[in-house]
Design a protein around this ligand. Sequence first.
Ligand code: ATP
Ligand code: MG
Length: 329
Amino acid sequence: MKTLFTGIQPTGELHMGNYFGAVKNWVMLQDSYKSYFSIVDYHAITIEYEPAEMQKKIFDLACGLIACGINPDTSRLFVQSEVPGHADLTWIFNSVTPIGELERMTQYKDKSQQHRKNINVGLLDYPVLQAADILIYKAEVVPVGEDQVQHIELTREVSRYFNRRYGDVFPEPDALLTKTPRIVGLDGSAKMSKSKGNSIALFESREEIWEKLRPAATDPARIKRTDPGTPEKCTLWSYHVLFSPEAEQKEIHEGCSTAGIGCIDCKKKLLENVMNEFDPLREKYYTLQSKPQEIRDKLDTNAQACRQAAAATIREVKEKMGLKPLWKI
Ligand code: ATP
Ligand code: MG
């Protein structure tokens, strides 16, 4: 069985971009691989955050992933910082990775624009930590959204740099995308993000979701109710494609193109379909929220298993690098 690794940051609420770009796919794939799903808190600290809220965010994310269908008894759902090998291997990889490779990463450029007052080394080194996350388990498959493809390519390079210098240890993993690899933001921006406030979260209430959908911008050509629109120019249409049954999609496409329906009608239909998809998940989520000890125990058990797997790789790496104290043997 091949190994699968992927991660998600505890930077905010799980949103529909995470769901359709990544998590739904993880649930489908988990039993076909030896699967590792990591809540990557060491990545999340590279931007401003509130320490007092971190554990709650980690807990909420664990509940969210389990509610979506990640099985913490058969898949290794764990918290990154509880497995020290990830940071060990990052340092080792730092010494084989050219800085220039990191400076050209799109996410680094975006995030340093977004957080101008806090452009720390961690933000630049983020993809090296990601390479360590993946390679410490020798994972070959990494299911992610489109925004992470560049980082997986870097992971492949890091693997090559290491293997060339010290001998064959690591595989070259492949990114695995869904049919909907990039969900646009509610503000029309290229990507819905947890940390940008342009998302619809999975466990929001009907009222909260409506408060976001109602004012959302649609095709700018539809100024009056009688103006026909082009669905392909409308953010909300891209959401209908995800949530609405095909017959209804056809109706909406035609209704918009002929001004048969208005944007508010279209948004109301979308709201219903969003609720239909997420209602069952929300119910599971709130049940899990009442069982913090049970969730904590599962994360602990999984972190223990990960520490063992990670330690084995670190031993192998240190041996190749001349870092194993041979005179003790
Ligand atoms: P942040 O804004 O803090 O970076 P995020 O919403 O980008 O949060 P991540 O934790 O960085 O979420 O990513 C988790 C997974 O979700 C990754 O596989 C990422 O590629 C995927 N993902 C995130 N946003 C989208 C999106 N808008 N469309 C498709 N996939 C996405
Ligand atoms: Mg992200």
